[in-house]
Design a protein around this ligand. Structure first.
Ligand SMILES: [Mg+2]
Length: 373
């Protein structure tokens, strides 16, 4: 059996500073401390701890495979410890994504978001990890379609013979708990028919069609559906593999030249433009937003992340670049237009999505006062 390497990105809102703004240093330190020990003990080979807004992100590279109970336990224990610290500090929303008390082998379904990908390392393996705050899992649908199916975005679909035959998309129906695989270009129209409904149909995985090479994996958790009531936004994460017969890193980033609307923002109840930002700007302010997304580039190397001479993983903060200024300007223009609309649809989410918020309680109070017409 060839040696395999697994990339696990597991994230959780364990509590934040000044409302839903940012994960403060003491909580990031908990992640750093625990993952350092895990590396010293040989459980993981590399790690990188960061945050996007109020979500603590644990990026781990190891050889234990996907859904490994030791890796998930490490993340779970780290989130619990960070949440306890947040509680002591009386930070906002301490432990808000930890929906269950007991861990039973897999962190999926317990609240935190998980994207994982087990790969056989190629000669060189560039990876882009995406993480977003104040939005939901379907916010990756549009860029994933553009990266792997749209020849107007990805030149390789036309030019690179290694990409002939296209890509296969796994789509999860988050309402019914079912999934389906569609192949592009043959089923492109059907794919868009589904994943255009971003609040229900979510792209979870993408494979190269000709050899089933896994090239994208996203988190599909819907916290509101787990808890049955509104408990925060899903704030998705995603891992994408590039180059050598896959979209180039530049093609993976090209969809973010322009902003687009995603569900989430204030109280998880509004449409808002996504803003691609570098790590230093991955903090939500205006109307608890606008929703932010970061993209980190790295190279997988001998079971870990390629490191510098001091042994530190080399991480490229890909959206920290003036090339995305246009997108950021568009975000602010669009945000200003939407916010002028206040609580009028479509600035606010549809009534179906609002069912998971506190809005139905407000409407319920008026029920007795309605008269027949
Ligand atoms: Mg969040």
């Amino acid at each position: 059996m060839p040696k395999k390497t697994t990339i696990s990105l597991i994230k959780c809102d364990v509590g934040s500073l000044a409302g839903h703004h940012v994960v403060p240093k003491p909580l990031l330190d908990v992640g750093e401390k625990n993952l350092k020990v895990a590396k010293e003990n040989g459980l993981i080979n590399s790690y990188y701890v960061f945050n996007v807004g109020d979500d603590l992100q644990l990026l781990m590279v190891h050889e234990k495979g996907e859904s490994n109970s030791e890796i998930h336990q490490l993340a779970w224990n780290t989130f619990q410890e960070a949440a306890n610290k947040a509680m002591k500090l009386k930070l906002y929303g301490a432990g808000q994504d930890l929906l269950k008390n007991a861990f039973s082998g897999n962190i999926r379904g317990l609240g935190p978001g998980v994207a994982e990908m087990e790969i056989e390392e190629r000669k060189s393996d560039p990876i882009v990890v995406f993480a977003a705050d104040k939005t939901s899992a379907g916010s990756f649908n549009l860029p994933l379609f553009r990266i792997f199916a749209d020849p107007m975005n990805t030149a390789g679909l036309i030019i690179d013979p290694e990409m002939a035959g296209g890509f296969k998309f796994e789509v999860v129906d988050a309402q019914e708990g079912k999934k389906v695989v569609l192949k592009c270009p043959e089923e492109m129209y059907e794919l868009i028919a589904l994943i255009g409904t971003v609040e229900r149909y979510i792209v979870s995985r993408v494979w190269r069609a000709r050899d089933d090479l896994l090239c994208a994996s996203s988190s599909v958790t819907r916290l509101s559906l787990i808890a049955g009531k509104y408990v925060g936004k899903d704030d998705p994460v995603m891992i994408v593999r590039g180059q050598h017969g896959l979209p180039a890193v530049g093609e993976i980033l090209a969809p973010f030249m322009h902003s687009y609307l995603v569900a989430g923002w204030m109280r998880g109840s509004h449409w808002g433009p996504i803003m691609p930002v570098g790590l230093k700007d991955a903090r939500c302010t205006l109307f608890d937003g606008p929703p932010r997304m970061v993209a980190l580039g790295l190279q997988i190397s001998n079971g870990g992340i390629a490191c510098d001479d001091e042994g530190k993983p080399m991480i490229a903060d890909l959206f920290a670049d003036p090339a995305f200024d246009l997108s950021r300007k568009e975000t602010l223009k669009c945000a200003s237009m939407l916010r002028r609309m206040g609580e009028f649809e479509p600035a606010r989410l549809s009534v179906e999505s609002m069912e998971y918020t506190t809005l139905p309680q407000v409407i319920a109070k008026l029920k007795e006062r309605f008269q027949p017409i």
